[in-house]
Ligand binder design. Sequence first.
Ligand SMILES: Nc1ncnc2c1ncn2[C@@H]1O[C@H](COP(=O)(O)OP(=O)(O)OP(=O)(O)O)[C@@H](O)[C@H]1O
Ligand SMILES: [Mg+2]
Length: 235
Amino acid sequence: MSYPQLQALDLSQHYGPTPALDHLSITIDRGESVAIMGPSGSGKTTLLHALAGIDVAQSGEVIFHGADRPVSIHALSSEQRADVRLRHFGFVFQQGLMLSELTVVENVALPLMLCGVDRASAQQTVSAWLNRLGLAGMEDRRLGELSGGQAQRVAVARAQVCGPDVVFADEPTGALDSVTSGEVLHALLESSAEHGTTLVVVTHDESVAARCGRTVRLRDGQVVSDTAVTGVMAP
Ligand SMILES: Nc1ncnc2c1ncn2[C@@H]1O[C@H](COP(=O)(O)OP(=O)(O)OP(=O)(O)O)[C@@H](O)[C@H]1O
Ligand SMILES: [Mg+2]
């Protein structure tokens, strides 16, 4: 029997009177690419953080199903959630949240080192990822010495390097021009499709959503539409 990769059940989160999440439920299957859209303040980031176990919603439940048994994210301590994030999830944020004083190689190798991968295999994996993302030759540059698009491709490499089950991206191309944004998105979609990685992307950009398999639209913390995208463009 196959289980959904992620299930959010009846999530609610209030900051003051307006709900950021209002009894929201969503099921995401393994290998799906899902765009989360909606106006500013509609709850997209709050939902992403709840699905990824960065935060725990005030009520409801999130079930993550990796290779083995399902895990109830809400039942975990914050240390256990950090461990699930490290071992099963990858992240790409709008501004990268990379360590600007570290080099490209050091940034991408970091999650592998945290997972206990030895230095030699880490180096091999990292250089394979940098090659495929067009970053060969930039290994020793510090993040501050890269363009926005290059830095986001480093973020994509870092998110994928441990072979995560799910990559979560919050407006990964929000700070980029449309050409560079297309390149970064291509890298993200292609690497996810190749590895069967589930992808959850928060975006304001319809062209980004058009390249995902499904679009979920939020308003006031609720799902107002959930549609499969037909004729998805190949990444
Ligand atoms: N830490 C917080 N403290 C107080 N209110 C918050 C907090 N985080 C989010 N909110 C509120 O919750 C609602 C949803 O916020 P969220 O960041 O999820 O929106 P969003 O859809 O990601 O918006 P944007 O497109 O602007 O990023 C907003 O009204 C926001 O002001
Ligand atoms: Mg947001």
